[in-house]
Design a protein around this ligand. Structure first.
Ligand SMILES: *Cc1c(COP(=O)(O)O)cnc(C)c1O
Length: 343
């Protein structure tokens, strides 16, 4: 009998589309509608985003997170400028140079920092090394919330980052592929970790929160959006049937479904940690603050789990593995995973 392949903890993009999003897609599919985002679903989505962030935002839908990040950064930077980010940032390690490509050459400058979060002294040092025409001109800072290490920047940490950005006239971008999980974990208002803390543009991910596709680029300053619609189109990111991306998003943002999904994923990660602790296997590389666990596991256990069909990946250092929960993770799956580990 073939071994059952288990993808539940491999990533949050292995999860299905959540029922609310699926129902909205079905509803949008009932009749013909106007194309290229002039439809009511897309209009409604823009309103919802402004309501949730309690400010007048400019919202754009693109197909995925790489497009959201790279087009946002391209909008902030000219070709001779640069962006400071953590060395493990998705824009640096997982986007195939798309930010550099779409900006026509803007450079990413990497800094270190514990627990996947940028170290501000390291940022200051980089800034001191970029003062004349021989280097690039630093134009923006990019932070990831939830970070690639599954950790969260507190409002106070973001305040310090924003102060540094202000001092050096830098724009602030946030990669929010898992922004919902951060809001759910902090229990704060979305504004408290975005524009109230100086964030100028947010890549707001919906895919890992329960959609099939379609992430948002949200500008908190209208003056930064000049001709962004052209950039989106040239970047092959303008969906002609935009309503089918927008409708599931409206369902996610209605009645706090996005937060319900994120709270569930976070709670499942907490439960998974508890089960691992009971087995004496909760050797975490980073503190668990949202929906992911980064676990040090002995080789023989990993090989046995992989052979048993459980997929999960090595991240950061050798011997560290990421277990990711999602809106769809069940207690039963966690029990099965823990039982397989305990064998
Ligand atoms: C998943 C993810 C993205 C987006 O990835 P796509 O595959 O392009 O949708 C961006 N940033 C982070 C931190 C992510 O985890």
């Amino acid at each position: 009998m073939p071994i059952r392949q288990r993808y539940e903890f491999a990533s949050d993009n292995t999860a299905a589309i959540c029922p609310e999003a699926w129902a909205a897609l079905e509803q949008a599919n009932r009749e013909a509608d106007i194309s290229y985002g002039a439809d009511d679903w897309t209009r409604r989505l823009s309103q919802q985003v402004s309501e949730i962030f309690e400010t007048d935002c400019a919202t754009f839908i693109v197909f995925n997170g790489t497009a959201a990040n790279s087009l946002a950064l391209a909008q902030l930077c000219r070709s001779f400028e640069s962006v400071v980010s953590h060395e493990r940032a998705h824009i640096e390690t997982d986007e195939c140079g798309a930010p550099e490509f779409f900006s026509g050459g803007a450079k990413l400058l990497r800094v270190g920092g514990a627990n996947g979060k940028i170290d501000l002294q390291a940022v200051e040092l980089v800034l001191r090394q970029h003062l004349d025409v021989h280097s690039t001109k630093v134009r923006a800072l990019s932070v990831t919330q939830v970070s690639e290490a599954g950790t969260i920047y507190s409002p106070e940490e973001l305040e310090a980052i924003a102060a540094l950005a202000r001092k050096h006239h830098l724009l602030l971008h946030m990669d929010g592929a898992r922004f919902a999980n951060a809001v759910a974990s902090l229990g704060c208002a979305p504004r408290e970790i975005t524009w109230d803390r100086g964030v100028d543009v947010l890549s707001f991910g919906g895919t890992k929160n329960g959609l099939a596709a379609g992430d948002l680029v949200i500008f908190f300053k209208r003056e930064l959006t000049c001709d962004f619609d052209f950039r989106v189109k040239q970047g092959a990111q303008l969906a002609s049937k935009m309503r089918f991306l927008a409708a599931p998003w409206t369902a996610l943002l209605a009645e706090d479904t996005w937060l319900k999904n994120a709270r569930h994923a976070n709670a499942m990660a907490a439960l998974l940690e508890e089960k691992l602790r009971a087995l004496g296997l909760a050797d975490l590389a980073f503190p668990r603050q949202a929906s992911a666990l980064f676990l040090r596991l002995p080789n023989e256990i990993v090989e046995r789990m992989h052979a048993a069909g459980w997929h999960f990946q090595n991240f950061f250092e050798p011997g560290v593995y990421r277990l990711m929960c999602s809106w769809a993770t069940t207690e039963e799956q966690i029990t099965e995973f823990a039982a397989a580990l305990a064998e």
